[in-house]
Structure formats: C-alpha cells, structure tokens
Design a protein around this ligand. Structure first.
Ligand SMILES: [Mg+2]
Ligand SMILES: [Zn+2]
Length: 204
C-alpha cells in the first residue's frame, strides 16, 4: 500500500519535471530565407522564392540538433492588405519548397499588427521569440537570431539570443534600431557556417 502511494507520487513528479531545453535558430523571413519582395507586401504564394543555399542551410541546422523557427512581421494583415489565409498559403508554399529539399521549419510565428498597435510581438519587440520558447521548450540564452534588419537584431538581443546580421535583403541598412549585432555574415549559409563553427569551438 505504501508502495502504491510512492509510485503515484513518483509518476506525478516525472510528469511535472521540466522538459530538456532545446536550442533554436530563429530566422527572419524576407531577405534571409526568401527573396525580398519588390512590392509592399508579398501576397501571392507563387511569389515565394528561396534565397540561394537557404534550404541547405536550414537542413544543416536541423541536422545539428537545432530547432529552426521563423519569426516574421506581417503588418500587411493589420493594414488590411493581406488576408491571414493568404499568409497561411504563402507559408505552406515555403514549407513545400523546403520539403522538396529534404527539410522544413519547426515553427512559423508572425506578428499581424501594425506599428500603431504597439503589440508585444512586432520586432524589435521579442514577443514571438518568447512565445516560441514557451511553446517549444527553447533555451533562449543558447539560441541564435539571424536577420537582415536592425530590428531583427534588437529582437534577438532582447530575447537573450546571440544575434547575427546578414548582408542579404536590407543588410542592416534599415536604420530603425541602434542595436549592434554580435556577428555579421554574408548570407544565411555563411551564418550557419559561423554558428556550427562556434558550436564546435564550444564558444558559448
Ligand atoms: Mg527581413
Ligand atoms: Zn504583434
């Protein structure tokens, strides 16, 4: 009888034990994973075009044990220029293109708000990264943020991640934030080279 009680307590303890924390690489979308859209908002799934080497880069990160999570501002929704369903189709198209190359994104988070909404998720606020960390069990202090805008860098730093600016897309020329990246790389493939090398050196 005493045993039964012991076992029950033990199983409850196991159930409430914290999950092993995962590590992630957060990626901005436009100018990092896919081609920067020429118009104001990408509103057509056929317009999704992977940047050179992006799929392979994502595959390498996942093979190294990272979750790869995309975090994208989508004010077009808040402004009424982009339907949430269409955004879903665009992201389904992106996942399809990645799956053809043997990989995928482990999560996609978007902020549908406009700057005037002053929400906690629009980058440079760190809300999308914090939410992903909560939902996916991510250790932010051992994770990375890769982006082409200074607002991506600020969001990554505010979430406690190591931040990497890439020279594709805006290449940091947006001038919206004073945040300095922890590293600068040519593009996503070189950012992944950098991350995997840094990991191998145990420099974290
Ligand atoms: Mg971008
Ligand atoms: Zn938001």
């Amino acid at each position: 009888m005493g045993y039964g009680r012991f076992d029950r307590e033990k199983s409850q303890q196991t159930r409430h034990a914290p999950r092993a924390m995962k590590r992630a690489v957060f990626l901005d979308r436009d100018g990092v994973v896919i081609q920067q859209w020429e118009g104001k908002y990408l509103d057509d799934p056929e317009g999704v075009e992977l940047l050179p080497g992006a799929a392979e880069a994502i595959r390498r990160l996942r093979e190294a044990g990272f979750l790869v999570v995309m975090v994208t501002n989508q004010a077009g929704i808040g402004h009424g220029h982009l339907a949430e369903d269409t955004l879903g189709e665009i992201h389904a198209r992106l996942q399809e293109l990645l799956s053809r190359k043997g990989t995928k994104l482990d999560g996609i988070y978007y902020c549908p708000h406009t700057p005037e909404d002053v929400c906690p998720c629009r980058k440079p606020a760190p809300g999308m990264l914090l939410r992903a960390a909560e939902e996916l069990g991510i250790d932010l202090s051992r994770s990375y943020m890769v982006g082409d805008m200074t607002t991506d860098i600020e969001a990554g730093k505010r979430a406690g991640c190591f931040s990497i600016l890439v020279r594709t897309g805006f290449g940091g020329s947006d001038g919206r934030s004073d945040s300095e990246p922890d590293a600068v790389c040519d593009d996503l493939p070189s950012a992944v080279d950098f991350i995997l090398k840094r990991e191998a050196l145990g420099d974290r």
